[in-house]
Design a protein around this ligand. Structure first.
Ligand SMILES: *Cc1c(COP(=O)(O)O)cnc(C)c1O
Length: 416
């Protein structure tokens, strides 16, 4: 297979999905329904009074959300750097600014921790759905939750979001960090009272160990990035909310004005959930693309072979080494690829050196700093503009993280 040879050679490549099918013809076959996403959205609304109370940095409505910016200067810069017109407009979804966790993980990760806390409190007769959830901030509830442990395996950002949220609720938390995890992320977690266990192996191993240790303890709950439907639902809510945000900006997405979205992809839950949420509101008028490092194309490999989590990038001789720590995943989620099989429009791979070029350019043009992983999508508008030359297109890059990066590290990344 030609594409696998090219992946083996760590070539940058663009792939258009031959299995793409009209959304109306596939939506009923998919294992996650619109109702489940709406239920997740309602749950986040129930928690809003609590979130507002314990995280003053969250907006007044207690809803964890990020803005969308127009980035015309960056668009002009990319057109110049690549000597390629980008047809249509370019906007940026600022999940780097999501409060609490500073990354897209503030969607799925926080959602799953909250759902787990709600389930425990309800099962023990301490909480009802119509209560004002700000009561969860009381010492009584914190004492109750301190009997339980939450564990997670992570390359960094998922650990941050689960760790910070769980510690706030009162859970004991253990985060199993793979070798890619940055030192400052571990230190930040320790400062919040989170136990960090470090591994010299990659992400899959950290997840496996975390899962095993958690399963030994009946009071421990494992947040399983490779299999979690709840993480996916938290991300999907974010996708659905885009519609209202774009409408407020005067942007209507329809057949004549399609939305192209570029999402950095690791294990697949984040970009997969967002894609699913976007499809629910926009159907075929949204086209979603995943971006992966050339040395960690886990999702793309799973999709083109149809093997999903039954194949890893190591199996084709790649080393899964990338500076994009959020994307340093060798084996994709067990179920996201199967959902993406007919709804993803395409995917592409990007070299690490380009992430730094985009990082610097975005900072110079727009004064926006993103962490390396979050820039992977920027190649997308350049690539699709070779094929789609329609000036009505709205290109949206999904900035997945960056605001928690310490200033001196951010400065050294910009100067690199
Ligand atoms: C986790 C992460 C992603 C990808 O999400 P997955 O669910 O792992 O696919 C992208 N960017 C950043 C910054 C992340 O932390």
């Amino acid at each position: 297979m030609d594409i696998i040879d090219r992946l083996k050679k760590t070539e940058e490549l663009t792939w258009y999905n031959p299995n793409y099918t009209e959304f109306n013809r596939v939506r009923d076959e998919l294992p996650i329904s619109l109702d489940e996403v709406k239920e997740a959205e309602d749950r986040l609304k129930r928690f809003a009074p609590y979130i507002k109370k314990v995280f003053p940095e969250v907006a007044d409505d207690g809803i964890i959300e990020s803005p969308i910016n127009t980035i015309d200067k960056m668009k002009a810069r990319m057109e110049k750097d690549f000597n390629q017109e980008i047809y249509g407009r370019l906007i940026l979804k600022r999940d780097d600014l999501l409060p609490i966790a500073g990354s897209i993980k503030a969607r799925g990760g926080i959602y799953e921790v909250l759902k787990h806390a709600e389930t425990l409190a309800m099962e023990n007769g301490l909480l009802k759905a119509h209560d004002d959830y700000s009561i969860l901030a009381s010492d009584d509830f914190r004492d109750f939750f301190s009997n339980y442990t939450v564990q997670v395996g992570s390359t960094g950002n998922l650990g941050l979001s689960i760790g910070i949220m769980s510690a706030k609720i009162g859970f004991k938390v253990i985060v199993h960090m793979s070798q890619d995890a940055k030192e400052w992320k571990k230190n930040l977690l320790r400062s919040k009272g989170v136990q960090v266990i470090e591994y010299t192996s990659d992400y899959s191993k950290a997840v496996e160990e975390g899962r095993r240790l958690s399963n030994e303890d009946p009071k421990s709950y494992f947040i399983d990035d490779e299999n979690s439907k709840d993480l996916f639902l938290g991300y999907a809510v974010g996708g659905m909310r885009v519609k209202k945000q774009l409408e407020d900006m005067g942007i209507i997405v329809d057949e004549e004005h399609p939305l192209f979205v570029y999402l950095p992809c690791g294990v697949g839950g984040g970009p997969g959930g967002v894609t699913y949420g976007l499809k629910l509101v926009y159907g075929d008028n949204v086209k979603c693309f995943f971006a992966e490092p050339t040395r960690s194309p886990a999702m793309l490999l799973g999709l083109v072979t149809g093997l999903h989590d039954k194949i890893s990038v190591e199996d084709i001789g790649l080393d899964n080494k990338t500076d994009a720590d959020g994307l340093a995943v060798g084996r994709p989620s067990s179920f996201v690829g199967k959902i993406m099989d007919k709804i993803l429009t395409g995917a592409f791979t990007i070299e690490d050196s380009r992430l730094y070029d985009f990082l610097k350019a975005l900072y110079q043009e727009e004064k926006i700093f993103l962490e390396p992983s979050a820039l992977a999508g920027f190649l997308g508008p350049v690539l699709t503009s070779e094929k789609y030359k329609d000036r009505n297109i709205i290109h949206m890059c999904w900035a997945t993280g960056g605001s928690l990066v310490p200033e001196e590290i951010a400065n050294s990344l910009i100067k690199r």
